[in-house]
Design a protein around this ligand. Structure first.
Ligand SMILES: [Zn+2]
Length: 217
């Protein structure tokens, strides 16, 4: 207290992780969604996932037994499950929190794991890839979204969701093939058709221009 001036301190507490928290600049209400409002919980979590002090916040909530709200990306239910299992060990807590949130934070990574698990090379030459499906249709639920194997192949390869239906390109004759290089979405099919039309038009123009050049030379 060497520089104590006698006035009320401007900070009621020492600076800590809370000063860097994303939620400090957002409406506090969003971290306390109504019970059962999964969409609101998801929205709050999304803000947490980009926060630089997410694990500090999760640790704080677990150690101080916060019963309500989303803290450090963890929902009430997730914290309850964790606390029921055991008293969190501060040394392994970060790893445990990341383990729990891994699929939510990195859906692509986990979809890639699924891809590695489900796909296999088909015997036909040409690099075709097969998919081991659980059911007749082959589509499945993953983190609240429904995917077909072809949509997963497309998403992992292109890094974005498909537009419209993902179909094999005319070059691939294997019906069940999910090799992303043998697939195209609606936008890619459209772009390809446009490119083909432009090429055909350019060829026509070149052919039409030829006799003129011949005369000029
Ligand atoms: Zn193929």
């Amino acid at each position: 207290m060497t520089n104590y001036t006698g006035s009320t301190p401007s900070h009621p507490r020492k600076p800590d992780w809370r000063d860097n928290a994303t939620c400090a600049s957002l409406d506090p209400e969003i971290w306390f969604p109504q019970p059962g409002d999964t969409a609101a919980v998801h929205e709050a979590k999304k803000a947490c996932f980009g926060c630089p002090v997410m694990t500090d916040c999760a640790r704080y909530a677990l150690q101080t037994r916060q019963m309500t709200g989303v803290w450090g990306g963890l929902s009430e239910q997730q914290r309850n499950t964790l606390l029921k299992r055991r008293t969190p060990d501060p040394n392994t807590l970060d790893a445990v929190v990341h383990q729990i949130l891994r699929e939510e934070m990195h859906p692509i990574t986990s979809l890639r794991d699924l891809w590695e698990d489900r796909t296999y090379p088909l015997p036909d030459p040409g690099g075709h890839i097969g998919w081991r499906a659980d059911n007749e249709s082959g589509s499945f639920n993953f983190q609240g979204h429904r995917y077909t194997p072809k949509q997963v192949a497309f998403l992992l390869d292109r890094g974005h969701k498909a537009v419209g239906i993902v179909r094999r390109t005319p070059e691939c004759p294997v019906i069940e093939c999910v090799n992303p290089r043998h697939l195209a979405d609606g936008k890619e099919r459209f772009d390809r058709k446009q490119a083909e039309q432009r090429a055909a038009l350019a060829a026509l123009e070149a052919a039409a221009a030829e006799p003129v050049e011949a005369l000029a030379s």
